[in-house]
Design a protein around this ligand. Structure first.
Ligand code: FES
Ligand code: MG
Length: 580
């Protein structure tokens, strides 16, 4: 591509012109301060100003390479005649931030939105990948609606231990269970500590990070093939430079984010997530992202689309075998999408091409066991089912392809835990009489109750059952589950118990039926008894009387509507920073 041939916006057509190019004291001051930054007038005046929002931090191992990678983005921006400015933004490190980075997704979305709005920015490059960073950055950017390109952080290299290939997360749970079952000891665990995550980059399973960056690529906001490039591959540098070139082109074309984030794009992102056997967290995040783009996306859309999409990605934990590096060399997302063109909207634009069809031209699969052909799928239906019933009037989800099949239709007695700490303390107590047929119920773990809907949903199997070889049980909660987790875990029960959803009324010993094929979750307690229990229920005390937590508690919406803040999700006028 020859960037010299691009149509160019005249300087006065750029948003940043208001800051730099007009007559008057303010522009003079901004130019003087840019000299203070060390830039010549010809380095920036009249050029598109590109904000690079970088979630790099010393605490975030998934993004630790992004400080360097921003330099590659800048190279691309300069090459195309733009002026890059890097903005450090809040990092959301899935591993370290407590109680859960989900509590802060909307805070990063707010920061993104307000930074882009209040500074002289013509276009944005968003750098993220660890779970919540992708939706947070895109939600904020969608609310500002400038030309935008997303640079996914890329998966880390496959883990290794002795002769095993390890998936971060997925194998952490597995070997922790093995340790609890007495199958391995401290020496093995020390070795595993070195091998589970062995390079910068986000989790290299088809966990939440890989699912969401793939969704971003399917939406059309990354350069083609970006999402699966391993974080430490030189190709990741080249992708970042390409993103820099692309954003300048987008600014000159005037192609804003809302032209990319259409209803068709979100349908294709849902199709992608389901066909990859991706994380259940994507349900919440895509609904929230769509909301910011003015697109109505519901749980029912997921269930409808799931019935039409086979799971083709044989990547752990939904698939059983491969990791993201294998997926990348098998053809990556372009290869995957080339297997399902009939299920996509091919005439919509992306940041790189006028149509998705053009973007996918020539895409191929190079390894049929990693990205399966349609006649040999990992599962014949999409990986996530939406459940309804008297226990979840506003819905719940289950990643049924990651569960033992015999549990997908199951009736058993509930064993109820009021909160996570109680569950941790008591789940191994033989007095509870938990058997493999029991249905473990955890409440107090939803958007408000968690708070932040922590990834508690894969409740631990009690030790005595592990020793008997039990590896899966039906578990129900208003929590989320890590994208690297697995099991017959019913998640995102809405409304949550903290606000008085029916989950608050379940008692130990009540019978519950899960029927995935019928898409139902039923509590066998009659309505009159439930009314009596409701009358006796008292709301839990407020946890936050001030600060961000108080704002969160006041504004957070339920899982079925994406857990955005009500005041951010609603449409409405926002004053232009220069118009007042
Ligand atoms: Fe960052 Fe898994 S911990 S993606
Ligand atoms: Mg995760």
């Amino acid at each position: 591509m020859r960037f010299d041939d691009l149509p160019r916006k005249r300087p006065e057509e750029l948003r940043s012109h208001q800051w730099y190019g007009t007559d008057g004291l303010r522009s003079f001051s901004h130019r003087a301060r840019t000299r203070q930054l060390g830039y010549l007038p010809e380095e920036h005046l009249g050029k598109p100003v590109i904000a690079i929002l970088n979630t790099w931090s010393d605490i975030n191992p998934c993004h630790v390479h992004l400080r360097d990678r921003a330099q590659a983005v800048k190279r691309g921006v300069w090459q195309a005649g733009g002026f890059p400015l890097e903005f450090p933004v809040s990092t959301l490190s899935e591993t370290f931030q407590k109680p859960t980075p989900m509590l802060y997704r909307n805070l990063l979305a707010m920061e993104t939105e307000e930074l882009l709005r209040s500074y002289p920015v013509d276009g944005a490059v968003l750098m993220g990948g660890c779970d919540k960073t992708t939706p947070a950055l895109l939600m904020g950017a969608a609310s500002v609606d400038l030309p935008t390109v997303f640079v996914p952080a890329g998966p880390m290299l496959p883990g290794h231990w002795r002769n095993e290939v390890l998936g971060s997360g997925t194998d952490m749970w597995k070997y922790w269970d093995d340790k609890r079952a007495g199958l391995i000891g401290d020496c093995e665990m020390a070795e595993l500590e070195n091998g589970l995550a062995r390079s910068p980059g986000h989790c290299m399973t088809m966990g939440t990070a890989s699912t969401l960056t793939a969704a971003a690529e399917a939406l059309g906001v990354t350069v083609p093939g970006a999402s699966s490039i391993p974080a430490v591959d030189s190709g990741h540098d080249r992708m970042a430079a390409r993103a820099g070139l692309t954003i300048v082109e987008q600014v000159h074309k005037g192609r804003v984010l809302s032209e990319i984030l259409t209803a068709e794009a979100f349908e294709d992102a849902v199709t992608t997530v389901l066909g990859l056997g991706g994380s259940t967290n994507a349900v919440i995040h895509l609904i929230a992202m769509a909301g910011r783009a003015g697109v109505r996306l519901t749980l029912d859309d997921f269930d409808r689309i799931a019935r039409t999409v086979p799971v083709l990605a044989n990547v752990r934990p939904g698939g059983r075998t491969y990791l993201m590096e294998d997926f990348h060399f098998a053809g990556g997302l372009p290869g995957f999408l080339s297997r399902i063109p009939d299920l996509l909207h091919l005439d919509r634009p992306t940041v790189s091409c006028d149509t998705l069809r053009e973007q996918l031209a020539g895409a191929q699969v190079h390894q049929d066991d990693v990205i399966r052909p349609r006649d040999n799928p990992v599962a014949s239906e999409g990986g996530v089912a939406v459940l309804r019933g008297n226990l979840c009037p506003d819905g719940a989800v289950i990643k049924h392809i990651a569960a033992e099949p015999h549990l997908l239709k199951h009736t058993g007695p509930a064993v109820v835990f009021d909160d996570y700490r109680t569950m941790q303390r008591t789940v191994n107590d033989p007095e509870l009489g938990i058997t493999a047929d029991s249905v473990l119920v955890l409440r107090g773990s939803g958007p408000k109750g968690g708070p932040g809907m922590p990834e508690y949903g894969m409740l631990p199997i009690p030790d005595h059952l592990l020793r008997q070889g039990v590896r899966d049980m039906v578990r129900i909660s208003d929590a989320r589950m890590s994208g690297t987790s697995y099991g017959a875990c019913v998640l995102h029960v809405a409304p949550e118990s903290y606000v008085g959803g029916p989950l608050a009324l379940v008692r130990t010993g009540d019978s519950i039926t899960l029927d995935v094929e019928a898409r139902t979750l039923h509590l066998h307690v009659d309505d009159e008894e439930l009314q009596r229990r409701r009358a006796a229920w008292t709301p839990p005390p407020t946890r936050y009387e001030r600060g961000y937590g108080a704002l969160y508690n006041e504004q957070i919406t339920q899982a079925d509507t994406g857990c955005d803040f009500a005041f951010l999700a609603r449409p409405g006028k926002v004053a232009d920073p220069y118009a007042g």
